[in-house]
Design a protein around this ligand. Structure first.
Ligand SMILES: [Zn+2]
Ligand SMILES: [Zn+2]
Length: 302
């Protein structure tokens, strides 16, 4: 099953078009490597007209990215990627044009980050039991700065600490051996279900998109989730989707009357490698961006 979310794809040979929007990216507000303002600068260099900042369970990077976007004339879409679980599989739900100041959304996301923090401690406890005495203090120290309000660390940061200790060579090995679904320190804490995340996003006036369906390992599960949560869109183009995946999920999107979206899921480079894809390597036209915006605007009016 392709649950390992860090599969790397070869970008060489793929022509990078100019303009358009990359609808999926992570900054240092979650487990990306670039600060929000630097991410927007990279988007500018990649010729993007718009960039969605979609950090895991937080909107803490958005204000900085929006401010930089104004300077560089890049439209920054306020987004979030919410962690959920369905039938034991981690499912990610993207929200676009959410009101990032909505107190209810902020409180809900803060609850999810607490679950993440708790999960991190369970992982480091398991590693310690296995003779790798690692602490969350050590993991946070990897950042070289204190965590800001609303920021959280995740498994990639624990992987960085394992690489630093020389326990593994790189993040791939860290996930295969310890942190991934088949790893010896894997922990899956209770999480909300996809339809709840969709409700949260709608409550915060946003548009709902199912992220990277291929990573869930079962199209039957994907269809069940789409039927239940009725997303506005499906991420048809993603760095981990091959041509056949794109065809299948485009057909699914059409069948369920969903918008087809695209995102690189850029996280920056770790140990010299870009996991998922390069910023701007997956793009949609600004028409798609406007469709998402209109859905969100209508939702806010009702
Ligand atoms: Zn994801
Ligand atoms: Zn992501």
């Amino acid at each position: 099953m392709t649950t390992e979310i860090f599969s790397e794809i070869a970008e060489i040979g793929i022509p990078i078009p100019h303009g358009g929007a990359d609808l999926h990216s992570h900054t240092t507000a979650s487990d990306g490597m670039e600060a929000p303002r630097d991410q927007v600068r990279l988007a500018h260099r990649a010729g993007l007209e718009a960039l969605a900042v979609t950090d895991h369970d937080t909107v803490a990077g958005i204000a900085e990215a929006v401010a930089e976007g104004h300077k560089l004339d890049i439209h920054v879409i306020p987004g979030v990627e919410i962690s959920t679980v369905e039938s034991g599989v981690d499912i990610h739900i993207l929200g676009y044009y959410v009101n990032e100041c909505d107190p209810v959304l902020l409180e809900r996301l803060s609850r999810l980050r607490k679950t993440r923090d708790y999960r991190n401690v369970m992982i480091t406890d398991k590693l310690t039991e296995q003779g790798i005495p690692i602490t969350m203090e050590e993991v946070v120290a990897e950042l070289g700065r204190p965590l800001a309000d609303g920021e959280s660390v995740g498994r990639p940061h624990i992987a960085d600490a394992l690489v630093r200790r020389g326990v593994v060579q790189d993040m791939r090995e860290a996930f295969d051996k310890y942190l991934g679904a088949n790893g010896t320190a894997y922990v899956n804490p209770p999480r909300i279900r996809p339809y709840e995340a969709a409700e949260w996003i709608r409550d915060a006036g946003g548009a709902v998109v199912l992220a990277h369906p291929v990573l869930y390992g079962s199209d039957e599960l994907v269809e069940r989730i789409v039927t239940e949560m009725k997303p506005d869109g499906i991420e048809v183009w993603h760095s981990d989707h091959d041509e056949q995946d794109v065809e299948r999920y485009a057909a699914l999107a059409q069948r369920f009357n969903c918008i087809m979206t695209a995102g690189s899921d850029f996280h920056g480079a770790r140990q010299g490698k870009v996991f998922h894809g390069q910023l701007g390597s997956r793009r949609v036209s600004m028409d798609t961006v406007n469709e998402l915006r209109h859905i969100a605007e209508r939702r806010r009016l009702t």
